[in-house]
Design a protein around this ligand. Structure first.
Ligand SMILES: [Zn+2]
Length: 486
C-alpha cells in the first residue's frame, strides 16, 4: 500500500467465491452494504443499497400484479390464537415456528396473539365478512409485508427470523378459476426471475411432501446455486376449499345455492435476492442485473493534479442520463480511481464510466462492463459523449442478457437426465445439480432418497412416455427434479 495517500482506505477484501461460497456470501452481503447483522438474533438490517435492490424487485412484481388485476391492501400483524387453530394442517405445519405475544404492557393476555408467519388466516376471516355473492368474486388482493418465523440461524436473505415478502390471496367461484390463478402467478414469478433477476428457473408442481400446509397443490420456481443446491425462489398455492371451509367463506352462486369459495395464495420474498447474489456474483464481488441495480452506471473521473474538469464533466453527463431515466451516480470522492474501480466492482454496479483528460479532449468516455472479465472481448468500449444515454442503455441490456446467459449455461450444464439408479443416488449425494428422472410420485420413495442422500424433489412435471422410477423401480407417473436444497 502507498504511504503517501493515507485517505484511501483499504479495498474491502472478500474471500474468493470459487474457494468458499458460504464465506464469500456472508462477506459480500455485509461489505457491499446490503445488510448488517442486527442486535436481535436471527434478524438483519436491510441497508439503503440493499433496500434499493428490493424496491426494484418490488416494482417489477407490483406492476405485473396490477396488470393481472390485483390490488394491494394491508392486514394486521397479530393473529388471535383461536383463529389460527381452525385449519388443522396449516396449524401443524407452522406451529414450530410461530412467535407469540403473551403480554401487553403489564397485562398478561387471556388469549395469545401469533405474530403472522403468513396471512391465510387473518385474510380468510376478512374474506368471510366481505364476500356474500357471486358478484363479489373474484377477490384479487396482494399484501406487501414482513413475517416472522422462529429461526436461530442467520443467513442474510436466505434464513432470517423476520423477512420481507409479498403474499397474494385470492378467492374464486370455481376450482378451475383458482387453478388458473395459481398458474398465472407462477408464470409471473418465472418471468420476473428470468427477465428481471436474470436467474433461470425450473417451474413445476411440488410433491405431496413438499407442499404448503393446507394447500391442495403447490407450485414453485427453483433456481440452481453454484454449490449444486437448489433454491426455492417463489411458490403459488391452490388452496381449494380447505381454508374457505375452515373460515366459512361462502357466497350465493347464480343458482342461489350457498357455496364455499376456492382460494389461492402466492408469495415471493427477499430470498430471491439471495439467489441473485449467489448466481451472479464472482470473485470480485456482486454482479447486479441492470433491471435490479440501484446504481446502473457509476461515473469515475480520472484527474491529474487537482484538475476539476473531469469531475465537472461527469456531473454534467450524469444529469443528462438521469433525465433519460437511468440510475447513475458520480463518485467524485477523494480516493484513487483504482480504489473506486474495485469498490464499485465489489458492489456489483453493471457499468462503469471513466472520464479522464484524454477522453475530455476526444469528447469520448470509456464504458466498462461488470459481467465480463478484464481483457474479455467487449469488456471495455470507447464511446462518444454525444448520445451517451443510448450507448449506456445498450450496454445495460447487454449486461442483463450476459448475466442471464451465463446462469442459463450453468443450469444447463448442471442438469442431469439420469436413467441409472446408482448414478442417481451418487449425483444426489454429491450435490451435482438438478437430477432429472422419471419418478413414481410416492412419499415413501422420496423419504428413502432423502434419508440416503438428503436430496428431495424440487418440482414435478408431466411424464412424456411410460417409464420406471429411477429411484425405486416402481412405475413412474411424473418427471421430477431432485436436488439438495437451501
Ligand atoms: Zn420411486
Amino acid at each position: 500500500m502507498s504511504q503517501t495517500d493515507q485517505k484511501t482506505p483499504l479495498v474491502k477484501e472478500i474471500p474468493l467465491k470459487s474457494a468458499d461460497l458460504s464465506a464469500w456470501y456472508t462477506a459480500v452481503t455485509i461489505k457491499a452494504e446490503l445488510v448488517s447483522y442486527a442486535p436481535v438474533r436471527g434478524c438483519v438490517v436491510l441497508r439503503p443499497y440493499g433496500f434499493g435492490i428490493w424496491e426494484n424487485l418490488q416494482k417489477a412484481l407490483d406492476e405485473r400484479f396490477k396488470e393481472t388485476g390485483h390490488e394491494n391492501a394491508y392486514f394486521p400483524l397479530l393473529i388471535p390464537e383461536h383463529l389460527l387453530m381452525k385449519e388443522a394442517q396449516h396449524v401443524q405445519g407452522f406451529a414450530p415456528e410461530v412467535a407469540w405475544v403473551t403480554q401487553g404492557g403489564s397485562e398478561k393476555l387471556t388469549e395469545r396473539l401469533a405474530i403472522r408467519p403468513t396471512s391465510e388466516v387473518i385474510i380468510g376471516v376478512m374474506y368471510a365478512e366481505w364476500i356474500q355473492s357471486h358478484r363479489d368474486l373474484p377477490v384479487l388482493i396482494n399484501q406487501w409485508a414482513n413475517v416472522v418465523r422462529w429461526e436461530k440461524a442467520t443467513r442474510p436473505f436466505l434464513r432470517t427470523m423476520e423477512f420481507l415478502w409479498q403474499e397474494g390471496h385470492t378467492a374464486h367461484a370455481t376450482a378451475e378459476e383458482a387453478r388458473e390463478e395459481t398458474e398465472r402467478m407462477l408464470e409471473v414469478y418465472r418471468e420476473v426471475s428470468q427477465d428481471v433477476v436474470a436467474v433461470p428457473v425450473y417451474a413445476g408442481r411440488k410433491s405431496a411432501g413438499e407442499r404448503f400446509p393446507g394447500a391442495v397443490e403447490t407450485f414453485s420456481i427453483e433456481a440452481l446455486m453454484p454449490d449444486g443446491k437448489a433454491l426455492q425462489s417463489a411458490t403459488s398455492h391452490d388452496l381449494g376449499q380447505n381454508f374457505s371451509k375452515a373460515y366459512d367463506i361462502t357466497f350465493a352462486d347464480t343458482d342461489q345455492q350457498v357455496k364455499h369459495v376456492y382460494t389461492t395464495s402466492w408469495g415471493m420474498s427477499w430470498r430471491m435476492l439471495g439467489a441473485m447474489i449467489m448466481v451472479h456474483g464472482d470473485d470480485r464481488g456482486l454482479r447486479i442485473p441492470p433491471h435490479l441495480a440501484p446504481v446502473q452506471a457509476v461515473f469515475v473521473p480520472i484527474a491529474k493534479g487537482g484538475d476539476e474538469a473531469p469531475a465537472a464533466k461527469c456531473r454534467e453527463l450524469a444529469a443528462a442520463l438521469k433525465r433519460e431515466g437511468l440510475r447513475v451516480r458520480v463518485d467524485d470522492r477523494d480516493y484513487s480511481p483504482g480504489w473506486k474501480f474495485s469498490e464499485w466492482e465489489m458492489r456489483g454496479v453493471p457499468v462503469r464510466i471513466e472520464v479522464g483528460p484524454k477522453d475530455m479532449e476526444k469528447q469520448s468516455v470509456v464504458l466498462v462492463r461488470r459481467d465480463k472479465n478484464k481483457g474479455d472481448e467487449g469488456a471495455k468500449t470507447v464511446v462518444a459523449m454525444d448520445g451517451l444515454a443510448g450507448a449506456v442503455r445498450e450496454m445495460l441490456d447487454a449486461v442483463q442478457r450476459g448475466l442471464f446467459d451465463q446462469a442459463a449455461q450453468f443450469l444447463k450444464s448442471h442438469t442431469f437426465v439420469v436413467t441409472d439408479r446408482g448414478e442417481f443416488f451418487e449425483r444426489c449425494k454429491s450435490r451435482a445439480g438438478m437430477i432429472d428422472i422419471p419418478w413414481c410420485n410416492r412419499p415413501s420413495c422420496e423419504a428413502h432418497v432423502k434419508a440416503e442422500t438428503t436430496a428431495t424433489t424440487r418440482n414435478l412435471r408431466a411424464l412424456e412416455a411410460p417409464a420406471e422410477c429411477v429411484a425405486c423401480g416402481e412405475p413412474a407417473t411424473v418427471r421430477a427434479y431432485f436436488a439438495q436444497s437451501y
